[in-house]
Design a protein around this ligand. Structure first.
Ligand SMILES: [Zn+2]
Length: 334
């Protein structure tokens, strides 16, 4: 009898398991998972790509299957300086913010020169990057590499100046080079000459013993690059995962969302492998770079974390959120 009871209980348990199959993956369940992953740390980015994706309302079918970088605007327009100018800041021992209130540019210093990440709009490259580095006691002539996250004007219009004036080598995704070189010579900021083109397999850029792992993450544009690299905070080494393209500005097609989704998964894995505890992006709205750069100027109590340091879960949750937001959009189109 006891045996029977046990068998019956086992059967009941089996039935109960069978009666509760895994919930199907739906756009709603993915948005809910993304919302959980976003938490408060990534709430703004969650809204931008899960709640109100840029390409939801403005989608216009385009002839090419992959998103093409937008052409540079035809005329140079300079917004009121008070709406964008930021002083330069030393944020880590070896990483300096030379961006605007809206867009990031970072200078990673090494014993052999500077690796610069992203170059801002044309109007900002002189006051923020050239003058900013000088104000910080750094020499812009020491910029050896310029990494471009993707070929949109807010990140690449300063590239031609840095290449022609200082001889810096430009590193860009191969597909974004192709788009950049098609720009007219009159494009705002000029057209840089083809330099280092990164393919789907990625590349490592090493200078003065520092290595930036350049990871191909197509989606925002076909040649979007993301980065993983170490920084020092009071002599401690922290690892940064830098997302090179966030908004869903590309043509609203299922295959584009799949490309974006797969790139986020790739970055999640790269961030996990590196143990990254710092998440950076190229728009200050996504990583609060402008606020964190200023907070980093304040004294810290002993043991207090750097303003940019979170933990491995928070960093990986950013990419899990972005992956799930893209997959939610892809599924919603079927
Ligand atoms: Zn962009």
């Amino acid at each position: 009898m006891r045996l029977f009871a046990c068998a019956a209980a086992g059967l009941l348990a089996a039935v109960n398991v069978a009666a509760q199959p895994a919930a199907p993956v739906t756009p709603d369940s993915l948005v809910a998972a993304a919302k959980r992953a976003a938490g408060r740390d990534h709430a703004g980015t969650f809204v931008r790509i899960c709640v109100a994706p840029d390409n939801l309302a403005s989608a216009v079918p385009r002839p090419t299957p992959a998103a093409a970088p937008a052409a540079a605007p035809p005329a140079r327009t300079v917004p009121d300086r008070s709406t964008w100018y930021s002083p330069p800041y030393k944020v880590f021992d070896d990483l300096y913010f030379v961006g605007t209130q809206i867009h990031s540019s970072w200078a990673l210093t090494t014993s052999d020169g500077i690796i610069l990440i992203d170059t801002l709009f044309d109007y900002a490259v002189e006051p923020e990057i050239v003058d900013g580095l000088t104000k910080l006691g750094l020499d812009p002539r020491n910029i050896k590499y310029v990494l471009i996250s993707h070929a949109h004007g807010d990140h690449d219009q300063g590239a031609a100046l840095l290449q022609s004036r200082f001889g810096a080598k430009l590193v860009m995704g191969a597909a974004d080079w192709d788009a950049t070189l098609q720009r007219p010579a009159t494009a705002v900021g000029g057209v840089p000459k083809r330099d280092i083109a990164v393919g789907p397999e990625g590349q490592k850029i090493t200078l003065g013993g520092r290595t930036v792992d350049v990871i191909a993450t197509p989606g925002h544009t076909p040649g979007t690059l993301s980065f993983v690299f170490p920084v020092k905070d009071g002599g401690r080494t922290l690892r940064v995962a830098y997302s090179g393209g966030t908004a869903f500005n590309f043509a609203r097609r299922a295959e584009n969302f799949a490309i974006y989704r797969d790139s986020q998964k790739k970055m999640l894995e790269a961030a996990a492998a590196a143990g990254a505890t710092v998440l950076m992006t190229n728009h200050t709205e996504f990583d609060r770079a402008y606020d964190r750069a200023r907070i980093a100027q304040l004294p810290r109590t002993p043991g207090e974390k750097h303003a940019y340091e979170t933990d491995t879960t928070t960093v990986q949750n950013y990419f899990a959120m972005a992956r799930d937001c893209a997959e939610a959009q892809r599924l919603s189109m079927n």
